[in-house]
Design a protein. Structure first.
Length: 208
């Protein structure tokens, strides 16, 4: 059976990817910063099929070559891991490049799926001037616009990281697919709520 790598396995989307792949009978490797942190990663090993077909591996977005071992030998990679703090813009961009470099080293990898964000396409200087009814592959957030407004650091990081990913894919001939999710909500697999769900909870409680 095929084997896949999912980066950032404790994340909301990543956890569901791991769950879905295991349910299909696939072997899965997922990366986290600390595989020994049972409080954060323990729920993954409780998924059906995990004890037989899931391997949790250590990897760090900021370390060159950190993903080599996890990716070598798999046929597909789902890159979902990404820091979101303003101070971690460089790690977000560098982390994406590190994962793609590891993918390019592994001849086994047939396709890479990158989780970007709608933030990489929606923030532009001209957004109020043009009647844009839909956004497509030709639309990008403007990095300068994002830098002007400090709250858009996440959009800046996602925009630059995705552009760099497409550059690497073009240079290496990599089969790259990018998804741009928006407001991701739903039942939690992990024991701790995501930042998005915490925001919704704060709204419900009247805290914002």
């Amino acid at each position: 059976m095929a084997e896949y790598c999912v980066t950032g396995g404790t994340g909301f989307i990543a956890a569901y990817l791991v769950k879905s792949l295991l349910e299909k009978g696939c072997f899965v490797r997922t990366t986290v910063r600390d595989p020994g942190d049972a409080e954060k990663v323990g729920f993954l090993m409780e998924l059906a099929g995990a004890k037989e077909r899931l391997k949790i591996m250590k990897a760090d977005l900021t370390e060159d070559g950190s993903f080599d071992e996890a990716i070598q030998g798999v046929i597909g990679v789902f890159h979902t891991a990404s820091p979101v703090l303003a101070t971690l813009i460089d790690p977000c961009i560098k982390g994406t490049l590190n994962v793609l470099r590891s993918c390019s080293k592994a001849s086994s990898v047939k396709r890479v799926v990158l989780t970007s964000s709608c933030s990489s396409i929606r923030y532009r200087f001209d957004v109020q001037k043009q009647q844009i009814t839909s956004l497509d592959e030709s639309h990008w957030s403007d990095p300068e616009y994002c830098k002007r407004y400090n709250v858009l650091f996440y959009a800046y990081a996602k925009t630059v990281a995705e552009k760099e990913a497409w550059r690497v894919a073009k240079e290496t001939g990599m089969d790259l697919v990018v998804v741009n999710p928006s407001f991701v909500v739903g039942p939690l697999l992990a024991p701790h709520p995501t930042s998005t769900l915490l925001l919704i909870l704060a709204i419900v409680k009247g805290q914002v």
